[in-house]
Design a protein around this ligand. Structure first.
Ligand code: PLP
Length: 368
């Protein structure tokens, strides 16, 4: 064959840097001949609690029906979400993970000749989803690792149709106060869809949470994005959702795959939404985990970015090398050089035992 098949793809697609997921446990086990059960994975901000018994029962109950297509409208889950948030069902769009909702925004509102504003160090899917549509990225320097919302509002140009905000942000764990987010909403033109990605919302203490759903009434250009992957423990099933003006939901539904959320995931998410005790426990355990990791790395003389998520991003120096040394000790964390943080590693808060294993492996890796 004389042609490079990659060259057949449009240049804006070819220029995309692939997303780098956390290394799977099975892959490390294969590579190093390690026992899978001895590997500690703190690389993908998953919930160390797993899932609750009610959610498990709903999953088992849904298995009998998997020969059938799911309810493409996700009626039961949207009904439960509408009740939870006090909105109409027409204001909710479901996604195959919240990642899918982010993609739906970009499919619906971005394209060649348009631009999207995002912060330095922001979640990696925003540039991916923007570039895949042939839209231009406007990256705004962060302020002490956090989104500079005022500068982001100023960066909007006449081509801007989307502005991405992660609150809290991954991988920095930084957070913007409700006042600052509301000021951003007031500052940007109504034409600009403001995506407020609240994947880690359930990990915020009540006094720091803004009532973002309420803002939808005043700001029809707002899309609030939430997920079942983090505090609800369903990362493997892939369910997320967007709350937005019904017209925005309508256009996102036109580009959505008809059956984008599978039936087991729909049943699991509906059950998980009804088990807020599980979420409360996840919240409390996460706080302990964050404290354990933050105190542990501080004892090792390392700086970290104070986190509002379920992970801590730690400055270890030669991060690539320390990452490899941790792998050899059976501990998987996440390098974040791709986020312009070449000296940091991101570690998810795991169980107390997992956090201890990480801290011991980190201490040994720094000494090596
Ligand atoms: C800020 C943020 N948004 C969205 C997602 C996507 O999560 P999911 O597609 O599992 O809902 C993540 C995952 O880590 C995230 O960190």
């Amino acid at each position: 064959m004389n042609i490079d098949l990659c060259e057949l793809s449009p240049s804006h697609v070819r220029s995309i840097a692939p997303y780098q997921p956390g290394k799977p446990i099975s892959e490390l086990a294969r590579e190093l001949g390690l026992d899978e059960n001895k590997i500690v994975k703190l690389a993908s901000n998953e919930n160390p609690r797993g899932i609750g018994p009610r959610t498990r029962a709903a999953i088992e109950g849904a298995l009998g029906d998997i020969a059938r297509y799911p309810d493409g409208s996700g009626y039961e889950l949207r009904l439960a979400l509408a009740k939870r948030h006090g909105v109409d069902m027409s204001a909710i769009v479901l996604g195959n993970g919240s990642n899918d909702v982010l993609e739906l925004v970009s499919l619906a509102f971005l394209g060649p000749g348009r631009s999207a504003v995002l912060s330095q160090h922001a979640f990696a899917v925003y540039p991916l989803a923007t570039q895949a549509r042939g839209a231009r990225l406007i990256a705004v320097p962060a302020k002490r690792y956090a989104h500079d919302l005022e500068a982001m509002a100023r960066a909007v140009d006449e081509d801007t149709y989307v502005l991405w905000v992660a609150n809290p942000n991954n991988p920095t764990g930084t957070y913007a106060a409700p006042d600052a987010v509301e000021a951003l909403l007031r500052a940007v033109p109504e034409r600009v869809i403001v995506v407020l990605d609240e994947a880690y919302n359930e990990y915020l203490p009540a006094d720091l949470k803004g009532d973002s759903v309420k803002w939808l009434k005043r700001h029809p250009n707002l899309v609030v994005v939430r997920t079942f992957s983090k505090a609800y423990g369903l990362a493997g099933l892939r369910v997320g959702y967007g709350l937005a003006h019904p017209s925005v939901v309508d256009v996102m539904n036109r580009v959505r795959q008809p059956f984008n959320v599978n039936s087991v995931a729909l049943a699991a998410a509906t059950a998980a939404l009804g088990d807020m005790e599980f979420v409360a426990k996840s919240y409390a355990e996460n706080l302990q985990g964050l404290r354990q990791i933050e105190q542990g790395v501080a004892r090792l003389g390392l700086d970290y970015i104070p986190s509002h998520g379920n992970f801590v991003t730690v400055r270890v120096g030669k991060a690539g090398e320390i990452y490899k040394r941790l792998l050899r000790r059976g501990v998987i964390v996440r390098p974040v050089a791709g986020y312009e943080l070449p000296e940091h590693l991101r570690v998810t808060a795991g169980t107390p035992e997992e956090n201890e294993s990480f801290l011991a492996a980190l201490a040994a890796s720094l000494r090596e």
